[in-house]
Design a protein around this ligand. Sequence first.
Ligand SMILES: Cc1ncc(COP(=O)(O)O)c(C=O)c1O
Length: 421
Amino acid sequence: MSLVDDYRARTPRSRSLFERATASLPGGSTRTTVYSAPYPPYAASGSGLVVTDVDGNTYRDFLGNYTSLILGHAHPAVVAAVEAQVRRGSAFAAPTETEVELAEELRRRVPSIEHLRFTSSGTEATMFAIRAARAFTGRPLIAKFDHSYHGTHDLVMAGTPGVPDAISGLIVELPWGDPAGIEAALRGRASELAAIILEPVQGAGGVRAPEPGFLEFLRALADRLGALLIFDEIISFRIAPGGAQEVFGVRPDLTTLGKIIAGGYPLAAFGGRADVMAIFDARQDGAVSHGGTFNGNPVGAAAGLATLRELDAGAYRRLDALGARLAQRLASRITADGVTARVAQVGSLFQVFRGEAGAAFAVGAGQPSELYLRLLLDGFLIAPRGMGAIPTVATDQDVDDLADAIGRALVAIEKVPVEAA
Ligand SMILES: Cc1ncc(COP(=O)(O)O)c(C=O)c1O
């Protein structure tokens, strides 16, 4: 039986839900990153490390809703906090104490964040951090990096269908890790530059840590050009209590946060220097407007607080150890099996690459991600492109099992090419 046939045989209810979904949702999907050919398993429930699909198959989840569920699914402390908040009401046209508490906790962890504001998604967080930089500097141009991901608003999606060409003139792409290339890309445009935005550890771009000195170079460059430095820590915040800026010791002007700060609920944040964030201060004339029906939503804030309270220094040490264990075991297997693959790991984040050039696994239209499909059949969930994140609920044995499953999949992929769906 072929791989895809095997998957179809085990997931008839997911298949019929997907077929039903195509009548309502284009391509049967409402989120680009959770579609993978021939169709994704439909989730029924999640508890701890394990997700159960509508056909009763179970998967050890090493994606955690794209790195956001750092405590795993339905953690009792998070469920209790959410239940308590929902009973008191789910949203108000009024601020709550919970949002103040979460703001205080984030400031405590991230000293560069003097003032912050909440949004509903990471996309809005990067959009407003960019707006803050432009309003504060009075300049239009933004620089971002190749292989970066900052969400889905127009500026960071420039050059893709539906975004007017004119937007491309407002953003310049810089080569990651290449100071000379960066200087060249910005030559003649320095006086227009409002901000450089980057993920201090690239997430979607392949779990890429900065070379020593690279973040320091960018800090000095932004200062020299009179531009702001924005760290998008929506993924990298999970590597330490104060995020990548704590680990690498570089202080940005603004930071964006999301995913784990809301413990699995839709809430994100942007913040930083008080003089920059003051442009949102509604007590003054001409403040920049920042509406949002769900900004600072108390359910997300309660879940975030409960999550962060579980994440003490010991939790990060353990996550680091699990990440290193996975990378070491997988690297030894790759060498022993003689497959052309590579693993990148920073803290609890990992990415498996294939081939000599270290490419991410393809997620082309209509073509299954071989790694993803093989791992599903082996009872593991990671991103179709080969990225994943280890939650606190994983054991050493879970991580060893994942390394072995990825190793088996890599061997099979090199020997048995998958057929089209
Ligand atoms: C670094 C980074 N920035 C921004 C975003 C966008 O966040 P959201 O999906 O909540 O809009 C993501 C999402 O994956 C991200 O990884």
